[in-house]
Design a protein around this ligand. Structure first.
Ligand code: ADE
Length: 366
């Protein structure tokens, strides 16, 4: 994670987070460990709890404790409440549960809060629902939506780690199999591309007519889940919504069909009513972390560099900021561009620069 490493080296000298408490609700992985130690290098006191009951990687909790990160790791719901109770200055959330708990906590729990960052699509969808209901009480930056996160982590990270986890859990030969992917957002598009690359026939199911058309023109078969249920060998839900694969769908599936979820919550498949002839992976929890290793560090480098730099950006705001601006922010453009440039540098890739003449041409109407 070279970009994050370099940010950590600067943090160590400049201490931009000195004296601040950061509460992070994230998947407890080695990559998250690198982010937590970066924040500590910046002078923060860091508390961490898991953002999903099955996504904690073995050994990481103990390792982080050695570095001085306080990790709450007894019970999912209680751990997040304890995080909210640390009276944080900054939060990092992945899925929105910490944001929800802090929103509903007594005012005194938010007395230090400057704002926070949200890592994932589901969390941003929930943030927007909070904002629509006029319930957003503090500023949150939608890290998920920034190009250096969404175009890489969501597409290549989810694509690779999901297919890798399914293969590791089942040892299914993907070549020649029929893989059904529900949802053609950035994550779903990543999963379809990897499944196709492994030689599978790929079917997409969608509810959004534009995404359905996009999947069609990218060469995938598009149909309803009811029809796809008859065709598929492996099913992956990546929609963020509930009851995408129902008991009725599963009753139609072939013997030995494999069903997995790559969305944030275990709500996409009717996990209580899986028939005996169908195999559900990872209890319907997000399969890439619960049955695999999560996204590779090379892609988390960009996501978590955005997180660290947004924490610094929030810490640099004045005391009145949270009260003046409890709304959802984009990652500042200069942060996103910096992450892309540093990543290219680390990859030893050079790009061209606009000439003055070209810039002028772009800036003129005529
Ligand atoms: N989300 C997906 N992959 C992850 C990883 N490796 N670490 C933390 N969060 C993740």
């Amino acid at each position: 994670m070279p970009v994050l490493k370099q940010i950590g080296q600067r943090f160590l000298k400049k201490k931009p987070l000195k004296g601040l408490v950061v509460a992070a609700c994230m998947h407890i992985t080695k990559e998250t460990g690198a982010l937590m130690t970066t924040l500590m290098a910046g002078g923060a006191r860091v508390y961490l709890a898991a953002s999903n009951p099955l996504s904690t990687q073995p050994g990481v909790v103990k390792d982080l404790a050695k570095y001085g990160v306080t990790v709450f790791h007894r019970d999912y719901d209680t751990d997040i409440k304890r995080l909210a109770g640390t009276r944080p200055h900054l939060i990092m959330d992945d899925g929105g549960d910490l944001t929800w708990d802090l929103t509903n906590a007594p005012d005194s729990w938010r007395k230090n809060l400057i704002g926070g960052m949200e890592e994932t699509t589901t969390g941003v969808v929930r943030l927007r629902a909070l904002a629509r209901g006029d319930m957003l009480k503090f500023p949150m930056i939608a890290v998920n939506d920034t190009p250096t996160k969404r175009l890489f982590d969501n597409v290549y990270g989810t694509g690779q780690s999901t297919m890798e986890a399914i293969v590791m859990a089942t040892n299914v030969l993907m070549a020649g199999k029929c893989v059904v992917v529900a949802g053609y957002g950035h994550c779903g598009a990543g999963v379809t591309a990897r499944a196709k690359g492994m030689g599978a026939r790929v079917i997409v199911t969608e509810v959004d007519p534009r995404k359905a058309l996009q999947a069609h023109m990218n060469g995938y078969e598009v149909m309803t889940m009811r029809r796809a249920a008859l065709e598929g060998d492996v099913f992956v839900t990546v929609t963020g919504d509930i009851n995408v694969i129902t008991q009725e769908h599963m009753m139609l599936m072939k013997d030995g069909a494999v069903v997995a979820n790559a969305g944030h919550f275990d709500v996409e498949i009717d996990i209580k009513n899986v028939p005996a002839h169908v195999t559900l992976l990872a209890e319907g929890r997000l399969v890439n972390l619960a049955a695999g290793r999560g996204h590779p560090p090379a892609v988390m480098d960009m996501s978590f560099s955005n997180q660290a730099l947004c924490a610094e950006w929030l810490a640099n705001q004045d005391d009145t900021f949270p009260f003046r601006h409890p709304r959802i922010y984009d990652v500042p453009e200069d942060i996103d561009e910096y992450v892309a440039r540093e990543k290219l540098k680390a990859l030893n890739i050079c790009i061209d620069t606009l000439t003055d003449e070209q810039r002028q041409y772009l800036n003129n109407f005529k």
